[in-house]
Structures are given as C-alpha cells and as structure tokens.
Design a protein around this ligand. Structure first.
Ligand code: ZN
Length: 660
C-alpha cells in the first residue's frame, strides 16, 4: 500500500510570533483554573503558580548579549561554527542518497571505527543546524542563515534522490532502524541520531524561516510513521528500550506545526512507558538508568503536556525534575556518573570518578527547566537554571580554544578535558555548539498572570543584555558584572508610560534582596527563592537597581557529612591546584579514555574544622571571585576560584572536612 503523505505544506498558514513561540515549546497552553488573588501593588510574590495563564520566553532575536563572559562564550562558539564545513558534515548524507560527496567526511563519532557501533553518523549535522539557527537568532549574522539555507538545500536534494523520505548518514542507511522495527538486534542508537536531524530541521524552520526545512521534516516524519506503522504497542515499547533522544518532543513540535493527528499519535507512541508510568506516579525508578537517555524523554513529556493537556505527562516531568535537581545533582547542577543515575546514597562512592556530570545532561535539564517554568513560573526553576548555566554550561567551554567538555569531573585533582575541533564530534560537542548559541533564551520571560490586564516581565537571570519588547514598545538594558558582584541594573531605554509588573527573581542564595527605583528604595525581600514584583508605569530613563548580597557558604555532598563544596552566591568555587597544562594539550579525541589519562597523583588538601566554621576561614584575595583558605587547609591552604573559569589546571570541587 502506498503510504499516505501529509498535505499540510500547501495550507500551512504563515507563522505568527506567538505561534512560533508555542512551537518552540515555550508557551504554556493550559489555562489554570484558580483565579489570581494577588494585589496589583509592589509586593513579594512567593507562588504565582496557580494563577498563570501563559508564560513564554522572549524570542532570541529580541535579546542581545552585552559584554561579559556569556558574550565571550557566544563569540568563541560562533568562531567554531564558522570553522566547520557543511560539505564535510553532509558527506554521508550524499553517499546514502547515491550522490557524489563534495568533501571528505569528518572523524570521531562521524566516521571512525571506534564509534561506529553508536550509529551517531550525521548527528553533528543535526546539532549544527540547530546551533547555527540559534546563533542566527542571537546575532542576526547573515552567514549563519546562509549556512543553514545551504545545508537545507543539500538535504532536500538527498531526500529527493533517496526516495523514501529518510535522510541520514548511517553507513548502512536504514538497516538498524529496520532491525529495531522488526524486533531484531540492532547496532547503536539510530533514533537518537535521527532525532538530532529532526530537531535541526525544526530549528532551521523556526529560527531561520526556512520553509524547505519544514517540507523535509514533514516527509521525514511521515517516513517514521510509515516504517513503524505495523508495530504493536508492545513492539514499539520494546524498541524504546534503546536510547531515542527526544523523538517524542520533536514529533509533538511537528504536530504543533502540521496539526496532522498522525504526527501527534506517533509522538505519543514514542513515549516510553517504563519511565512515564512510575515517574508520573511519584516513584523514582531512576537508579542505574542512563541519564541522558531519560532526560530528553521528560522534555518530550512536558512538551506533549503543552500540546495535549494530559496531566500524566506533566506529573512525570515535574516529579522527574524535582528528584534530579533535589536529590541527584552535584553542586554545579550536573548529574550522573559514567552517564548513569546512581543511588542517591552513593554520592561519596562516585566522587572519585572522572566521568561524572556529562555535559549533555545539564543541557537537557535546562531545556526541561525552561519548559516547566513556562507552565509554572516559580523561582525554583530560575534558581536551578542559574546554578547550572553559570557552572556547568559556562564552565564547559575552553576559554582559549572554544572546545567543550564531555564529562565534568568531580575526581579530586583531575582537570577538564575538551573535545578536538575535527576528530571528536561527541554528543557533548553537538549539544555544546547549541549551548553557547542561546544564552539569551532564558534571561527574560513574559506572560499574563490570571486576572492581570497586562503581560508581566520576568527577569530571571542576571546577564548583561538588552531586551527589545517590541509589542510593548519597551527596550530595556541590563548592565551587570554579576557574578563578580551581587548587583544588577535595569534601565528602560525606550518607551513611555507603559504599565506592567516587573518580576525580579530574588535568588535562593541571597538572604535578602533590595530594589531601588530611580534611586529610592522601592522594595526589599527576605524571601529567597521568590519574585520581587514592581507593578507600575514605566518610562524611558527609569532605572531599577537590585542588590543581592553574595556570601560564601558550604554545601554538603548529598548523603555525606564530611564532604562539602564551597559556593559564593550560585558560583561553585574549586581549589586551583596548579599542575598546569598548555592550552590545547587538554583537547582530547576519545571521551572513553577520560579518567585514564592525566592520572599522575596530585596532592589534594583537606579542610580541618567544624563545617559551620569553614566559610569564615575562607578570605577574599582582592581578585574577582577569588578566595584563599586561611589556616584550615591541610597540608596547605588553597586558592579557590570559580569552577566556570577553571581550565588547564587541576582542581578540587568537594573538600574532605576533618572534625566535621
Ligand atoms: Zn554528551
């Protein structure tokens, strides 16, 4: 029987901005039933959650980074994106379609024997499409769009020549998908890899407006429906025992565009009940599971909740987020050891691993966090987002080469290893190029709380940037040296007499926060982990200054009483232990050998004293975010500096504390 094809392309209406945001998975579609009972004056809001109608981040194109560490990271990422050659990433796509490749294939996970059994060939092209699309939205640089358009035109040629709708770079074309569908043993994680291509096509459409990308995506989705249509639910669920990325999420996105019920049905078929059921019932069955296989499933559940309103999906995602962030994360916000969740009582045993905290896991946890925030804008999501972004994501990039981490090691005295530019192409290289292209996507949100007449503006992150709130005629400039100082400044730089409530996150790490408007104290809060709300008319020249005193503190390793990390505000400080390597010498081809290289033994000091006394024994050195232990280090005191800045030398994150 000839497979039925979607007919949406001819009658897809043009995308409105609000549609685009919804499609980006950020608009909460569910209207909560409980009316908003808050007052409209200045106040501290602890839980706006039950009253929310719709919250969404601003489009990346309306936010621009200003000078600071995030803009620097974005620039390094852009430079790397420009070094990668589309024709090399396209090599195997053309081969599979019977076309002559135009340039040699890249190495690492893209082609080399060591990794062939992952079947990750072509994943980089998918990530690249996403990263370049995000970078275009973040910068407006035409070269990014030009590259996206070129790759899409090439993929179209491949799809037409390949005839089935599938576009892929697997060396055996569809063989492993065929095996999975037939219930035979399969090599690697082909659906995981295909998900990256689906997502890249989606992002080329959403951020660059490339309509051919949508056409290819719909045909690819139809192909996925065709090849799996004979499967029973049981057979499908067995197939989902193999890592399959965010197939449920991206198919929900496709459905949101096409409104074709078959795409929604397929998205729901891609929901793995072995984790959906228990987590939706509040049962944590994550021990021993591969973390980065699970996280994208929950991103997809939350996205499906937005699309379908089914409560089970949200219950699962919300519970998953809570258990991972509250019970399964290290101080930086990262999770897992050797890519797996471990029993929450076993942190101490895993601390010596060099393979803790896969960077992809943080990337995907942040994607989940912003979706959940859109559903329920409570400060806890902003707090986790900040902690994980400032530590694991900013800290994942080599400040010299722009290359990115795979594991972020908690092993005392280890160092960060980064990918090579052309011979690694890890999963974390793929999510890595996306990470630094979208820092503007979660600084500001807007939405109308139930009962409110106007959209509110949420300032969730303290990152130097401008916001162009076009619809309101407001532009806002945030200038800050945070996290070097616990202050930020917002100035309305255009707009007159506009009424809206400004929600400023009072972070969980600051005991107090105070706000001045045009030089006069307007509000102060003693409720960390809440929002300070300023509801008034705003005009050009209005200045809001926020003070959030940062303090040093220690945070115990989960389940331990004698091992703690040192934080200053949300910033994890690590001991700078020296033993430098030259920039470039810590670029590493093979992620599997992380932990079995650079293994010379390094002395790591311990701290002595009562746990509660430690912060007072750590003194500022005068250099930004740099401290030194004072008489508690054994055998010697140590300099403590931000984990995010640490590169090319040995460090220590958790301190053994004697007499604790
Ligand atoms: Zn990874």
């Amino acid at each position: 029987m000839k497979p039925q094809k979607s007919k949406i392309l001819s009658n897809t209406p043009p995308l409105t901005r609000r549609d685009a945001l919804k499609l980006l998975g950020s608009g909460a579609l569910v209207v909560a039933a409980v009316p908003f009972s808050g007052c409209a004056t200045s106040h501290v809001s602890r839980s706006p959650s039950k009253s929310v109608t719709s919250i969404e981040p601003f489009p990346l194109s309306q936010v621009r980074l200003l000078d600071g560490p995030f803009l620097e990271a974005q620039k390094r990422d852009e430079a790397y994106l420009l070094k990668l050659e589309p024709d090399r990433m396209l090599h195997n796509f053309r081969v599979n379609a019977g076309l002559q490749p135009k340039a040699p294939v890249y190495g690492g996970w893209e082609s080399v024997r060591t990794w062939a059994d992952i079947r990750a060939h072509g994943h980089t092209l998918g990530h690249y499409l996403t990263a370049a699309s995000l970078m275009y939205a973040s910068t407006g640089h035409d070269e990014m769009k030009r590259r996206v358009d070129y790759i899409i035109a090439e993929l179209k040629e491949c799809q037409v020549a390949g005839k089935t709708g599938l576009v892929c770079a697997f060396p055996d074309n569809s063989a492993q998908i065929d095996n999975l569908v037939a219930g035979r043993r399969a090599v690697g994680v082909p659906w995981y890899t295909l998900h990256k291509i689906f997502a890249g096509l989606r992002d080329a459409y959403l951020y660059c407006g490339n309509k051919i990308a949508l056409e290819i995506l719909v045909k690819l989705s139809d192909w996925a429906g065709d090849v799996t249509k004979g499967m029973t639910d049981d057979q499908f669920q067995r197939m989902l025992g193999i890592e399959h990325g965010g197939m449920n999420e991206v198919l929900a996105d496709v459905y949101a565009i096409t409104k074709d019920e078959r795409h929604l049905a397929l998205a729901e078929q891609f929901c793995h009940k072995a984790v959906l059921t228990p987590l939706s019932e509040g049962r944590d069955t994550l021990n021993g599971l591969h973390s980065n296989t699970q996280i994208p499933k929950f991103v997809g559940f939350e996205r499906l909740h937005q699309v379908t309103g089914k409560p089970q999906y949200h219950a699962a995602s919300e519970f998953f987020w809570k258990t991972v962030t509250e019970k399964r994360s290290f101080a930086t916000g990262g999770n897992g050891d050797n890519e797996h969740f471990f029993p929450t009582t076993d942190f101490a045993r895993h601390l010596s691993s060099a393979k803790t905290m896969e960077t992809c896991c943080s990337h995907n946890m942040l994607r989940l966090t912003r979706l959940l925030f859109a559903e329920n804008p409570t400060a806890a999501y902003g707090d986790y987002y900040e902690r994980t972004l400032f530590n694991t994501i900013l800290g994942s990039q080599d400040p010299d080469t722009g290359m990115m981490t795979y594991f972020q090691s908690t092993r005392p005295g280890y160092l960060k290893l980064f990918c090579t530019p052309f011979d690694s192409f890890w999963c974390c290289t793929g999510t890595g190029i996306e990470n630094h292209a979208k820092y503007g996507d979660s600084i500001y949100f807007r939405g109308r709380l139930g009962g409110a007449q106007e959209d509110s503006l949420f300032v969730n992150l303290f990152i130097a940037s401008t916001l162009n709130w076009k619809e309101k005629g407001i532009t806002l400039r945030q200038t800050t040296a945070f996290p070097e100082v616990g202050k930020t400044r917002l100035e309305i730089t255009a707009g007159s007499n506009k009424k809206f409530a400004l929600h400023i996150r009072h972070p969980e790490w600051a005991a107090t926060a105070s706000v001045r408007v045009n030089g006069r104290t307007a509000e102060s809060s003693t409720h960390p982990g809440s929002y300070i709300v300023l509801d008034r008319r705003w005009a050009k020249g209005d200045v809001v200054e926020i003070d959030m005193p940062m303090t040093l503190r220690v945070e115990l390793l989960p389940g331990a009483t004698d091992s703690a990390a040192v934080l200053y505000g949300p910033i994890v400080l690590v001991g700078a232990l020296g033993h430098e390597v030259k920039p470039g010498d810590d670029l590493h081809v093979n992620e599997r050998t992380i932990g079995s290289v650079f293994n010379e033994s390094i002395e790591v000091p311990t701290f002595t004293g009562r746990l509660g006394d430690i912060p007072a024994k750590i003194k500022p050195t005068g250099a930004p975010l740099t401290f030194k232990s004072d008489g508690i280090g054994k055998p010697n005191d140590v300099t403590l500096a931000p984990y995010y800045r640490m590169a090319h030398q040995r460090y220590n994150m958790y301190w053994k504390i004697a007499d604790a």
